[in-house]
Design a protein around this ligand. Structure first.
Ligand code: 3HC
Length: 330
């Protein structure tokens, strides 16, 4: 099932002269900036790439609730608790819009969830790192949601209509998430020496994992060329990573915190920062399932799915009863 749904055969970008008439007409629509809608003809590779990316994105939203959910009962004030609760609920909503967008491509939410639980679909590497202190919740909002926005604002212009429309609402909410994270960091960084040290420690641990969120460097990105030709992706992984660093470093300076990269340096000529690459062997290890929390995260999702089985079955049984009653009354 995995191969049928999401495995793309070849990511070599073909020229217009190598395409069938249908594929050429499709590519010309993409090149003109038209949106592709679910019932319209699309190449199988385009459909599978979207299912893979949107599905993976939806899973990230859902698994992404876990590291923050971990802190709802321990938030330092009632106000912080209410804000965090709202944020975690937003992530559930984002997952639902995205599963719905994927469903328009002919795959069900249950099928995608089954693939996630079987370890056959990925979710963002970042959620395999633990949130050890309250400052981590600040760092997650500031850096993780900040990186997510950097990646998702261009996706509002992605070529597939339902994905692009889902992104518009998601980005509005992510922007609130990023601000609440930065607000926590401000409080911590301007607080007692111990609080500032916690904020610095959170930045130290989340900086490189946040840079990894943009995916491997362009030379190792398998899908970028074809996804960009189809305007599923608008920017390369390295372009977005650079933009994120350029935006985030001044924010760290404002907090009085130090980005944990001794080689970080403003480069006047390119108008951006030079910075150290993340440890890519760590990234590949995490996405292969060997990060610090991979097993814990997946087990928590499988348990939630199993614990909710009775409720899903009750809903279906209730809907069946109502349908049967309607038919009997006709
Ligand atoms: N985590 C896990 N896997 C990753 C990854 C990451 N950070 N970055 C890349 N990969 C995987 C790819 O899925 C691909 O594996 P596959 O072939 O088995 O699917 C492989 O690494 C090679 O990477 P590519 O660069 O070729 O892959 P893409 O072209 O798909 O680019 C991407 C990766 C930039 C993440 C792109 O898929 C994308 O833009 N996705 C949509 C955004 C998204 O998923 N965001 C999740 C962030 S978290 C979030 O939004 C929650 C919020 O609340 C914080």
């Amino acid at each position: 099932m995995y191969a049928q749904l999401v495995k793309t055969d070849s990511d070599r970008v073909r020229g217009l002269d190598e395409m069938s008439a249908e594929e050429r007409a499709f590519q010309e629509r993409i090149d003109r900036g038209e949106k592709i809608e679910p019932k319209e003809w699309m190449p199988e590779g385009y459909r599978k790439t979207l299912i893979r990316q949107i599905g993976q994105h939806a899973h990230s939203e859902i698994v992404g609730q876990l590291p923050e959910g971990n802190w709802i009962t321990r938030a330092p004030t009632l106000e912080r608790k209410a804000i965090l609760l709202a944020k975690v609920q937003d992530e559930a909503g984002h997952g639902l819009y995205l599963y719905c967008a994927a469903e328009t491509l002919g795959v069900s939410r249950d099928e995608l969830i089954e693939l996630l639980h079987a370890g056959k679909m990925k979710y963002s590497s970042i959620f395999n790192y633990p949130t050890l202190t309250w400052a981590d919740i600040g760092a997650v909002g500031w850096l993780v949601d900040g990186a997510a926005i950097m990646n998702q604002v261009p996706l509002q212009r992605t070529s597939f209509g339902p994905y692009s429309r889902a992104m518009i609402r998601i980005c509005k909410e992510e922007s609130f998430h990023q601000r609440q994270g930065y607000d926590i960091m401000m409080k911590m960084a301007k607080g007692s020496p111990a609080q500032k040290a916690m904020a610095q420690d959170a930045l130290n641990r989340f900086w490189y994992p946040a840079l990894m969120m943009f995916g491997p460097s362009d030379k190792d990105s398998v899908h970028s060329a074809q996804s960009m030709a189809w305007k599923i992706k608008i920017n390369t992984n390295d372009e977005l990573r650079q933009k994120f660093v350029d935006q985030t470093v001044p924010q760290a300076h404002y907090l009085g915190l130090t980005v944990p990269d001794p080689d970080l340096k403003w480069n006047e000529e390119k108008g951006g920062y030079d910075f150290s690459e993340p440890d890519w062997s760590e990234f590949f290890d995490v996405i292969a399932g060997n990060g610090p929390c991979n097993t814990e995260r997946l087990n928590a999702r499988v348990k939630a799915w199993e614990d909710g089985r009775w409720f899903r079955e009750a809903l279906v049984a209730h809907a069946d009863k109502r349908a049967a009653a309607r038919i009997a009354a006709e």
